[in-house]
Write a protein that binds this ligand. Structure first.
Ligand code: F6P
Length: 551
């Protein structure tokens, strides 16, 4: 197969891009009154409107050809079949198995992994329910009031985001905290208000070697022992979720409190596994099952829907359209739902750690752009912060907007105002404001001609800024499960198109290696000369200041 940029589908898209790059979406809406019906898809209570994108029927058909050319249907099959598509680590990618609700066995290397998954889930549920129902007692016989998840990356962002998103489903007298940062302020601030007699720790780390997590776990253990003073009772207060049982045991965690992760689950795809223990404690096993079911239903949609009606596929293709033809560098995820306030941070890892790659599956350097910079914030806050750039900046930033139609504790006028902002922003970004419209507005305001002339250019909005909107009824566990799975699969599809492995993350290793070396160098006050002058200078400045402070 020719390399991607020389392929027929790519060249056809390139030519099509040249033809439509100047076309304004206002004209597209004018020409085709059925655009919304044509460019929207429904899944359970979710509607995905992609009509406000710079696409035509032809764009969609060419993008679908690109997907076919990349053998996307085969890749989808291989994903679900447990092929070792994470080829650099020789691993299957089976986070979908963690939420599978079917009865069929899921075979991997001759073993039905669904049996082990279910058994492990029962163990997790059992502990979660004991803690929730106050049956589980700490070393001094008291019930647990606070759970602290110690983990980072996928062992933090997923459960943290879900716990925040599903707050209305959580027990209100059981607090779940998350500690991720190696900066001692994070754990200090968290522990300061907790009682060791009623605190339960989850050390969440697939590898059980991540420096940040291990240091925080060690500090938590010392804090616990300094108050309670008994090593053998540590089992009442510490659990681990890991694929490295040996190290978890060596840390002192009792066998029955060690929950399994498998090497075929990537950290950033692991919230469905025992990594979700903190979520299960917060929302209960039944609601956790709903989360899994929502994801499973979306998995089935992804597996079976024709490409043109397949939501993750269309999300991915539209992303590729902007990334590789409009050459956009960034994309925004903007939830208009306070409960989704960590959604963008979580998606950042899913997307950027998966597709931030410059070597393709053949071991060659790509000659096209892969994953974009993903950023985001609660939409309303963003409006008053960075939306200026979205509306009038020199960069094109396609955005996803997510909003619930109904709120848990609805105050009608709040929700109406919220939704009016959702609709207004997508319309404003698309439509913009012409010079003529701006002029008329200024004239109506009674300004002088000279003032109008000076101000007019600033009042014009070019528009033609794309958004895709996801509306859903209410952010239930089921809907959240579906939304997360949609994004996971979008990232996978883009990886297939770009011919990269979305499931390894070698790029994070270098910084870790250097940090280990430098950490050793920080043990004394000797001058460091082994690095470049900037790194030497910074390290030595730190050492000098540190020794001055000590003396
Ligand atoms: O350094 C990146 C990373 O490996 C992520 O992929 C992962 O989610 C995170 O660190 C935490 O890893 P672990 O769960 O092994 O502590």
């Amino acid at each position: 197969m020719p390399r991607l940029k020389q392929s027929q589908a790519w060249l056809a898209l390139k030519q099509h891009y040249d033809e439509i790059k100047q076309v304004h979406m206002c004209d597209l809406f004018e020409e085709d009154k059925e655009r919304f019906a044509k460019f929207s898809l429904y899944f359970n209570d979710i509607v995905y409107d992609y009509a406000k994108n710079r696409i035509t029927d032809e764009t969609v058909s060419l993008l679908l050809k690109l997907a076919e050319q990349a053998a996307l249907p085969d890749w989808i099959e291989r994903l679900f079949a447990g092929d070792a598509i994470n080829h650099t680590e020789h691993r299957a990618v089976l986070h979908t198995a963690l939420r599978d609700q079917g009865d069929a066995p899921i075979m991997l290397d001759g073993v039905d992994i669904s049996v082990e998954i279910k058994a492990e889930r029962v163990r997790v549920k059992c502990l979660a329910e004991k803690i929730r129902s106050r049956v589980w007692r700490g070393a001094t016989g008291q019930a647990i009031t606070d759970v602290v998840n110690i983990g980072i990356g996928g062992s933090n962002l997923g459960p943290l985001m879900v716990n925040e998103a599903l707050k209305p489903y959580s027990l209100h007298d059981l607090n779940v905290h998350f500690v991720s940062n190696i900066d001692e302020n994070h754990i200090n601030e968290t522990l300061e208000y907790l009682d060791p007699k009623t605190t339960f720790f989850i050390v969440a780390s697939k590898s059980f070697t991540t420096q940040d997590t291990m240091l925080n776990a060690e500090t938590a253990r010392q804090w616990y022992l300094s108050h309670i003073g008994s090593d053998e009772k540590i089992g009442r207060h510490f659990s681990a979720v890991t694929s490295n049982t040996k190290l978890a045991k060596a840390f002192g965690i009792a066998d029955e409190n060690i929950f399994k992760m498998w090497d075929w689950v990537g950290g950033r795809y692991s919230l469905w596994s025992a990594i979700g223990l903190s979520t299960m404690i917060a929302i209960g096993a039944e609601q956790f099952d709903e989360l899994l079911e929502g994801a499973y239903e979306l998995d089935m949609h992804f597996k079976t829907a024709p490409l043109a009606q397949n939501i993750p596929v269309m999300m991915a293709l539209i992303g590729v359209w902007y990334n590789n033809f409009f050459k956009v560098q960034a994309t925004a995820v903007l939830p208009y739902d306070q409960y989704l306030h960590r959604f963008a941070a979580y998606m950042q890892q899913v997307d950027m750690e998966s597709n931030g790659k410059y070597i393709d599956r053949n071991g060659e350097i790509v000659n096209y752009q892969t994953g974009p910079v993903l950023f985001g914030e609660i939409g309303i806050s963003g409006q008053h912060a960075f939306f200026q750039l979205l509306h009038q900046g020199t960069k094109l930033v396609p955005a996803d907007i997510l909003a619930p139609l109904f709120s848990y504790r609805c105050i009608a006028r709040h929700h109406r105002a919220l939704m009016s902002n959702v609709f207004a922003q997508t319309e404003a970004l698309m439509r913009g404001k012409t010079e003529q419209q701006a002029l008329e507005e200024l004239q109506k305001s009674g300004m002088s001609e000279a003032e109008i002339e000076a101000l007019l250019p600033y009042k014009v909005f070019p528009g033609n800024r794309p958004t895709s909107t996801f509306l859903f009824d209410t952010l239930t566990p089921r809907t959240l499960g579906s939304l997360i799975a949609m994004y996971e699969h979008k990232v996978f599809v883009q990886g297939v198109i770009w011919n990269i492995n979305s499931f390894d993350q070698w790029g994070v290793e270098l910084g870790k290696q250097l940090a280990t070396t430098i950490s050793d160098e920080l043990n004394d006050d000797d001058e460091v000369t082994t690095h470049d002058s900037s790194t030497n200078g910074l390290v030595n400045y730190y050492k000098q200041r540190r020794s001055l402070k000590r003396s």
